[in-house]
Design a protein around this ligand. Structure first.
Ligand code: ADP
Ligand code: MG
Length: 254
């Protein structure tokens, strides 16, 4: 579904993505974690060509992103993206936020778009908030509207960039629950998050990145409990406060 082949990117002289090779299958849920500045957001943004790579290739659902003939509108119509900050249109109600793109880009009628939006609001647990404006919604509710808005375009892939990191702790689970049900329905998802519980519930694989590189890829237990590399172990113990046995001096050769 998504394939990175020797992808490299620089911001001026700063090498931000270093020889990225990664293949993501249809229906897979991938969690990306790693320290700030590792290149996680940049990696995510290359999938819908919000950022362009300088070397290598990315293929998304058969579309070669280096090919100038690849149509950006059709690429982006297949890919939903949810950010840390919800970016809802402040002067539009929840329902209007959701119906806008399907009407404009997919050509749905007002009735069709509204019907779809009501179903999606129901799905994210906000049926009763369809006429509320963003300012009247909590952060968790706004993020759930943002997810519904992405889903209204019927994407084949959903990208999430730290979708809960701006939320008050008590609002995180309501957003994660929506993401978990989406994962269980078979959506292909790439999620930058440090929510270990989410990863353990639904991630097929976890990618650990540091300094522009993929350091290791494995199942959630592989990465969170038994990481191979010292850099991964240090990160896990710092961020998740997971006690990890440091056998670096004996075993780490690289
Ligand atoms: P992460 O999401 O893992 O925190 P990012 O992908 O946002 O990392 O950033 C990776 C590196 O690229 C960082 O050092 C960041 O400062 C740099 N960077 C990100 N976006 C830009 C940009 N538009 N121009 C220049 N440097 C950038
Ligand atoms: Mg980021």
């Amino acid at each position: 579904m998504i394939r990175f082949i020797a992808a490299n990117k620089w911001f001026n002289s700063h090498h931000v993505l270093k020889n990225i090779n990664l293949e993501i299958s249809r229906g897979e849920v991938i969690v990306i974690c790693g320290p700030s500045g590792a290149g996680k957001s940049t990696l995510l943004r290359t999938i819908n060509k919000l950022e362009q790579i300088d070397e290598g290739e990315i293929i998304v659902d058969g579309m070669y992103l280096s090919d100038p003939k690849t149509d950006l509108t059709s690429l982006r119509a297949e890919i939903g993206m949810v950010f840390q900050h919800f970016n809802l249109y402040p002067h539009k109600s929840a329902i209007k936020n959701i119906t806008l793109a399907p009407r404009k880009i997919r050509g749905l009628s007002k009735v069709q778009a509204t019907e779809r939006a009501h179903k999606l609001l129901e799905k994210v647990g906000l049926r009763h908030k369809s006429d509320a404006y963003p300012v009247q919604l909590s952060g968790g509710e706004q993020q759930r509207v943002a997810i519904a808005r992405s889903l209204a375009m019927e994407p084949k892939i959903m990208l999430f960039d730290e979708p809960t990191s701006a939320l008050d702790p008590e609002l995180i689970n309501e957003v994660l629950d929506v993401m978990i049900s989406l994962a269980r329905e078979g959506m292909t998802m790439v999620v930058v998050t440090h929510e270990i519980g989410f990863a353990q519930k639904v991630a097929d694989r976890v990618v650990f990145m540091d300094n522009g590189e993929i350091i290791e890829i494995g199942t959630p237990p592989d990465i969170f409990v038994n990481p191979v590399h010292q850099r991964t172990r240090n990160f896990m113990s710092n961020v998740f406060h997971i006690p990890v046995f440091d056998f670096a001096r004996e075993q780490e050769s690289s």
